[in-house]
Design a protein around this ligand. Structure first.
Ligand code: 5AD
Ligand code: SF4
Length: 495
């Protein structure tokens, strides 16, 4: 559950819009429409209307990569139904928000969007709330925002075509809120955002019960996809020109193949990497408890498996880890790190940390700081503890004041920044393979990621093609990125 493109980040939410700038078009100086009581201003788009004018949708996504990828699949389902994706709320007949509720601010954001929409909504527009806030709040959303027409959690996405059909038929209160499912959301029609890197969810939901986390409530129990269906999709992706595959799951390494083949996660990694045309396989997020030697061995022996592991620790204090119900101690976690550091390949490591969990003393926090020294992470996402509905940690006494959380967060980020600066500086002079992902506005400047998931900004005088793989030499470093120059073929071959 990370967004690993930026290292050493602290944020409450990352907002990403599949359809362009999410805020554009909202409340843009238009006069509010007359609003009547609940239900009265139901927009009236009928099947006939749909046939007459092409239905359009606007989709904005909040939160993690799982949500981003869910949105790619949701967009695919709508496109397959004849809808066209548009870049603004105004141009859309259906407005969808795929929501996140991991921290309070993320959830609030959605309600502020819904509030804005209330005054901008046209008679013919429908609005849907998808994802974690939909699951968490359920039908209460209709009470709080009666102009909403669809509320659907991620465990019900399989029913989307049916739910859309109900909306098209004129039903104005449509819900998909079941979580007791053993289904995963698979669709042939995913509309992917990136032409080289494909996300692929291999396990949905979460069976861990970390005491601060809403995910087990909002995404339901763990459901793994069959290895055959995953590999089939990877083969199709490779055939379509994708070279990088990112396997996703809230606890990706808890993958349990439901088919008779019974592939372990490490075996699946190898099988995906062996698909012709695939050059990089990434996976996120790993849970420390299920992170075994077999995964390290797969990384050691198969170069296509990228040399990066995201292994959230959450706290460096065994006492806090116990209160968080993380199922490992500080020492057990550090043993996993030692195993990764001892690997034959250099593996970069990133983590998630929560500061200010209820009852976290100065001493506990010091232990988190000292764990940073011991683990030497290449990146860390750090968060202030945010109390969430339904979670067991709500009942834990000794809440930490907001200012103290902020103080701890700042200290932690500063320390981690220095660790990253030192780690990246040690890479100066070394060569790395980089996938070309972007061109800067500055002349001859390009950017991409190394296998270890470091951002590399580099110079090349040639016209590079996005999606290509190049060898780049590191010439300087910052805490969050490397600066390099492309190696010529002669330099690579030592001529
Ligand atoms: N408060 C703060 N951070 C949280 N996370 C999950 N739940 C909470 C919460 N209630 C963080 C964890 C997790 C990351 C995705 O979000 O660090 O790994
Ligand atoms: Fe939340 Fe813990 Fe599951 Fe991660 S492993 S999704 S933090 S309950």
């Amino acid at each position: 559950m990370i967004n690993s493109d930026n290292m050493a980040n602290s944020f409450d939410i990352s907002v990403h819009s599949l359809a362009g700038n999410g805020r554009d078009g909202l409340c843009s100086g238009r006069l509010p429409l007359a609003q009547t009581e609940e239900g009265r201003r139901a927009p009236s788009l009928t099947v006939d209307d749909h046939a007459k004018q092409q239905a359009t949708f606007y989709l904005e996504t909040f939160g993690c990569q799982m949500n981003e990828h869910d949105s790619e699949k949701v967009a695919g389902v709508l496109l397959a139904r004849g809808y066209k994706q548009v870049e603004s709320v105004e141009a859309a007949s259906v407005v969808l928000y795929n929501t996140c509720s991991i921290r309070e601010k993320a959830a609030q954001k959605v309600f502020s969007r819904l509030g804005e929409f209330r005054f901008a909504q046209r008679q013919d527009q429908l609005i849907g709330v998808l994802g974690c806030v939909a699951q968490q709040e359920g039908e209460k959303i209709f009470t709080r925002a009666p102009w909403v027409n669809l509320v659907c959690g991620s465990a019900s996405y399989r029913k989307l075509p049916q739910l859309l059909a109900e909306l098209e038929a004129g039903n104005r209160r449509v819900t998909g809120l079941e979580t007791d499912t053993d289904e995963t959301f698979e669709t042939e029609v995913t509309r992917r955002d990136n032409p080289w890197r494909a996300y692929l969810t291999i396990i949905e939901g979460c069976d861990k019960a970390c005491s601060y986390c809403v995910v087990p409530f909002t995404r339901g129990p763990e459901r793994s996809r069959s290895s055959a269906s995953i590999l089939e999709e990877v083969r199709k992706l490779a055939g379509a020109g994708y070279t990088e595959v990112q396997l996703l799951g809230q606890t990706v390494n808890s993958y349990a193949d439901p088919s008779a083949r019974g592939m372990r996660f490490s075996e699946l990694l190898v099988a995906v990497a062996e698909v012709q045309g695939i050059r990089r396989v990434r996976f996120t997020t790993s849970h420390p408890r299920d992170f075994g030697k077999d995964i390290v061995e797969a990384m050691e022996t198969v170069p296509e498996v990228c040399e990066h592991v995201h292994l959230p620790v959450q706290s460096g204090s065994t006492k806090v880890l116990r209160a968080m119900a993380r199922t490992y101690t500080r020492d057990e976690y550090l043993e996993k790190i030692a195993m990764l550091r001892a690997a034959k390949r250099e593996i970069s490591l990133t983590t998630d940390i929560i500061v200010g969990f209820p009852g976290e003393t100065d001493k506990d926090f010091e232990e988190t700081l000292s764990l940073l020294d011991a683990a030497q992470y290449d990146g860390a996402f750090s968060f202030k503890y945010s109390p969430r509905p339904n979670t067991p940690s709500l009942k834990i006494a000794d809440a930490i004041p907001e200012e103290e959380k902020s103080r701890r967060l700042a200290l932690l980020m500063e320390k981690q920044r220095e660790i990253q600066r030192a780690r990246n500086e040690k890479l100066v002079g070394r060569h790395f393979e980089v996938m070309v992902e972007g061109k800067s506005r500055r002349e001859n400047q390009w950017s991409g990621h190394t296998s270890s998931n470091k951002v590399m900004n580099f110079t090349s005088r040639e016209q590079e093609s996005l999606g290509d793989y190049l060898q780049v030499k590191v010439i300087s470093a910052t805490p969050n990125s490397l600066v390099g120059e492309k190696l010529s073929a002669a330099a690579i071959h030592g001529v």
